[in-house]
Design a protein around this ligand. Sequence first.
Ligand code: CA
Length: 220
Amino acid sequence: MRLLLVEDDRMIGAALRKGLQQEGHTVDWMTEGTGVAPALASAAYNLVILDLGLPGRSGLEVLAEIRRRKESVPVIIVTARDGVQDRIAGLDMGADDYLVKPFDLDELAARIRAVMRRQAGHAAGLLEHGDLALNPATHEVFRNGQPVPVSGREFAILEALLERPGAILSRAQLEDRLYGWGEEVASNAVEVHIHNLRRKLGDAVIHTVRGMGYSRQKPA
Ligand code: CA
C-alpha cells in the first residue's frame, strides 16, 4: 500500500518509514502539515499516519482540511500520552483510529490492517476473487487454496487489481502504488512484475487492456 507519513520527529519518522517499508508498504514521509493536502491531491494514498503535534500547522488542522475536502482516505492519528483531548477531537473530526506514543511498530501495522479491512468491508480479512485469495495481513497469495510465493511488489500489484476487479488500472496508477517519492522507476518495471505474476499464477490472472492498462477481470 502507499502510505503518507506526517511526523516532525526525525528519529521516529525514519524508524517508522523503515519499519513500514519492511512490511512491504511504499512510504512518503513529510515533516510538516502544510504539504498534506497537495500530496493527497497528487497521488492515490491508501492511508495517512498523522502526528498531531506538528510545528506550524497542527495535525488537527490538517485533519480538518482533509475531511473538509471530502477526502475519504483513512487517517490514523498519533498523539502524546497526555493528549486525550486531542484524541477525542481527532476521532470526532473523522480519524479512523489512533495510537499513543510510544507505540510498537507491530501494533501500528496491525492497526493499519484493521483500518484497511474495515474500509474494504472484508470482515474476514481476505481479498478474494475467482480462484485467487490474498491475505493483506501476511502478504500471502493462494490459488485454489494453494500458497504461491510472490515478491512484495508483485503482491502490491495483485492487491491493487483485486481491490476493484472490474477496474482498469493504468501503468502510471500501478507505479504509484509501487514507488514513493524520489524512487527511481524503471520504465518496464510494471510489465516485468506482471510477467512474473502470470508465470506464477497463469496468464489469465491479469488481463491487458490495449492502450489503457490492466484489469483483473476480462473487460466485457
Ligand atoms: Ca510531533
